[in-house]
Design a protein around this ligand. Structure first.
Ligand SMILES: Cc1cc2nc3c(=O)[nH]c(=O)nc-3n(C[C@H](O)[C@H](O)[C@H](O)COP(=O)(O)OP(=O)(O)OC[C@H]3O[C@@H](n4cnc5c(N)ncnc54)[C@H](O)[C@@H]3O)c2cc1C
Length: 395
């Protein structure tokens, strides 16, 4: 007979780990199945300040915030990058493998049973779900799909479907000495480098993380000549081609209302296509969605998770999607604005710090054009901040 758990979570990235911790702390019997990773996840390793705050409940170690980013270069092919330095950091560069290992360790310490096996199939059975691995089957009352872009839960139950993905390439190399003065603990975002996307160079101390991402329609295939565009980006930076960059997809919500829940099953993080549609930022969103789904299971109703996501993250993504496409349509104009109206760049920092929601961006932009400061609130996005998850039961 299959071993039985209260909750089975497929995948132990930030989403699965956050959900596991939320549930274990409430005394649930949680099983996490995680496909053993062959290598570290391809990632830019940029954790926004609101993402760091979403980690507060774990009291993250000092290394997570060691590489604070206040300095940003905005580039455009053929133009000199514009430098902007904010008064306080908007994000932190982290080593992704180390972050994931830390989260996985905390989930296990909280009491989750973690098995390093791939979930091959999932199916609904009377009273719950069965998840089958290479040589064993487990059953649970609740099921969370946290297996990232190719999660079997989403596929089997038709959840988290989207036609929009960022196709991305990424690599890391030692920081070249000549680039260190500009890029050490600084970010370069080059708009217009990819069709509907951007290229980046993130200086995590002595490591340079380089990549490119472009939004594509999943069913149309192709990645918009990403390798060629990436090669050109490197040439503009004066960098030789390095090791072959690794490719990966970041799903984000398209125009349809996403379905995240079916009965006692839900998808979280990338499995729910919950990354931000402007930058493809997904670590913070995975943490938040994982905790919210965990809190909903504790409350006995996953419908709360769907509704809460619609009121928070998905509403923000609606505005972010429009904003992102405006930038894609006119990257040259965006670049010129950052040069002439640096306050607009600060709005991006406000956003990453969780002081401004994307829906407030329109008013802030209008105020900026009229020479007035935006209306800010240090906790404008309270759902990123850990203790607020508890309020969820009340809301
Ligand atoms: C190139 C690139 C750069 C990025 N840069 C950034 C960035 O700078 N900042 C940022 O915030 N976000 C970034 N992202 C997005 C971010 O990596 C994701 O949004 C985030 O990892 C989502 O977390 P998750 O827990 O949902 O999924 P994942 O982190 O993908 O974790 C899923 C886990 O499930 C496991 N799994 C998969 N299938 C199965 C299965 N069948 N059975 C069992 N286990 C399974 C996987 O091994 C993995 O451990 C980037 C993504 C890419 C591709």
């Amino acid at each position: 007979m299959a071993e039985r758990y209260d909750v089975i979570i497929v995948g132990l990235g930030p989403a699965g780990a956050a959900a596991a911790m939320e549930l274990c702390r409430a005394g649930a019997k949680v099983l996490v199945l995680n496909r053993p990773p062959a290598r570290d996840k391809p990632c830019g390793g940029c954790l926004s300040l609101r993402g760091l705050r979403a980690l507060d409940f774990l009291e993250p170690p000092a290394w997570v915030s060691a590489h604070a980013v206040s300095r940003l270069w905005i580039g455009l092919p053929g133009r000199a990058p514009v430098e902007y330095v904010s008064a306080s950091p908007g994000a932190y560069f982290v080593e992704r493998g180390r972050l994931d290992a830390f989260l996985a360790q905390r989930a296990a310490e909280a009491g989750a049973v973690v098995i390093s096996q791939k979930a091959r199939s999932v199916r609904a059975v009377p009273g719950g779900f069965e998840v089958t691995g290479p040589d064993q089957t487990w059953s649970g009352d609740w099921l969370l799909g946290a297996g990232g872009a190719a999660c079997p839960v989403g596929r089997a139950l038709g959840l988290g479907q989207t036609s929009w993905v960022f196709a991305a390439l990424v690599e890391e190399r030692p920081m070249p000495a000549g680039h260190a003065p500009f890029l050490e603990n600084a970010a370069l975002l080059e708009v217009g480098a990819a069709s509907c996307g951007y290229a980046w160079a993130f200086g995590r101390g002595a490591v340079l993380n380089l990549g490119i991402a472009g939004l594509t329609q999943r069913d149309q295939g192709g990645s918009g000549g990403l390798h060629r565009r990436y090669g050109k980006f490197l040439a503009r930076l004066g960098l030789p081609p390095g090791a072959t960059p690794r490719g990966a997809a970041i799903p984000c919500p398209d125009r349809r209302r996403p379905r995240l829940v079916k009965g006692r099953a839900a998808v979280i993080g990338d499995a729910g296509a919950l990354s931000d549609p402007v930058l493809g930022e997904g670590i913070a969103q995975a943490l938040v969605s994982g905790r919210m789904a965990g809190a909903a299971i504790k409350a006995g109703d996953l419908g709360l998770y769907q509704r809460r996501m619609e009121d928070t993250l998905l509403r923000d993504h609606y505005h972010a999607r429009i904003l992102g496409r405006v930038i894609d349509l006119a990257p040259g104009l965006f670049h010129a604005l950052t040069r002439h109206r640096p306050g607009g760049v600060e709005l991006g920092f406000n956003w990453l710090r969780g002081e401004l929601r994307p829906g407030d961006m329109w008013l802030a932009l209008a105020r900026g054009l009229a020479g007035r400061p935006p209306r800010l609130d240090p906790v404008r996005c309270p759902y990123y901040i850990s203790p607020q998850v508890r309020m969820f039961h009340e809301g």
